[in-house]
Design a protein around this ligand. Structure first.
Ligand SMILES: [Ca+2]
Length: 285
């Protein structure tokens, strides 16, 4: 027979003090008391109630080291889990591990463990996140120590999109109405999630809200999103920033345009593509 403690979510913090104490009521030999405490220091004077991971960039991890003490009367092994992820999707992109090797812990014995939170490089749609770290004894998994933890995903690297602009050679005197862009995203991202209203060229020309369509323009089996920009706006923008003199003198010029945008969950992306400028028309200007 062993003590069984059930803790409902939400009242865990109130019960932490109870969980961290040995259950001295169990005084008979046949009763094995289980309990585990987690501390910042080896002497077990500073209980861990929360862990702040800070900013974690996609594709990286953060570590914290804690001391786990067996506060029961029997030899135990430890087990690590997590729960109450918010947002829930954070659990799909993050994993919590530790370097505990499975050694048993004697009553009152402590073991130092390093908790390691890894954030997938494909993480999307997660900013601030919280979850509970659950450390339990394998002898009795219903006795556990729960630690609130929180952090923020820091999108250091902006996702690189593949951008194809058409026409590739821009006739500045053209009467064509549009410049068409085909956007592909890296593996793990879906062009369906691009927020068309936030797509910009050189941070100054917004994409038209329509037409916009998903297809596979370049037949590479990767879906691409087609959007259009007003050609007159693009030409006007280019003329604001390029030297006409150089353009005419060089007879030909290539201009790189940068596209920026966001997915509907806020994840940013960017990509560039060069367009040539047709010069013979320019000489008539
Ligand atoms: Ca494609």
């Amino acid at each position: 027979m062993s003590m069984r403690i059930k803790v409902a979510n939400g009242i865990v913090l109130a019960l932490l003090g109870l969980l961290m104490s040995p259950f001295s009521l169990a005084a008979t030999q046949s009763v094995i008391v289980v309990g585990v405490g987690v501390y910042w220091d080896e002497n077990c004077t500073q209980p861990v109630s929360s862990v702040y991971w800070g900013s974690v960039a996609p594709g990286t991890d953060k570590k914290v080291t804690v001391f786990v003490r067996n506060e029961g009367s029997g030899v135990v092994a430890l087990s690590l889990g997590s729960s109450n992820w918010n947002p829930q999707r954070a659990a799909d992109f993050m994993s919590l591990a530790w370097d505990y090797a499975g050694e048993t812990v004697e009553p009152s014995g402590t073991v130092s463990v390093t908790l390691d939170l890894y954030v997938s490089k494909f993480v999307v749609g997660v900013g601030d996140f919280v979850f509970d770290i659950v450390i339990s004894v394998t002898r009795e998994l219903t006795s556990f120590y729960m630690i609130f933890s929180a952090g923020t995903v820091l999108y250091l690297r902006i996702m690189e999109a593949t951008v194809d602009l058409h026409p590739q050679a821009l006739n500045l005197g053209s009467k064509g109405k549009w410049i068409t862009a085909y956007i592909e995203l890296p593996e793990g991202y879906d062009v369906e999630n691009i927020d068309v209203s936030l797509i910009m060229l050189n941070e100054s020309i917004a994409a038209e809200s329509r037409p916009a369509a998903i297809g596979d323009f370049d037949n590479d089996a990767l879906p691409d999103l087609m959007v259009k920009f007003d050609r007159a706006q693009v030409i006007s923008h280019i003329l604001d920033y390029v030297s006409l003199e150089e353009l005419v003198k060089g007879r030909c010029m290539s201009v790189t345009l940068a596209m920026t945008g966001r997915l509907v969950d806020g994840t940013p992306f960017e990509g560039t593509n060069a367009v040539g400028i047709i010069c013979n028309v320019l000489q008539k200007l």
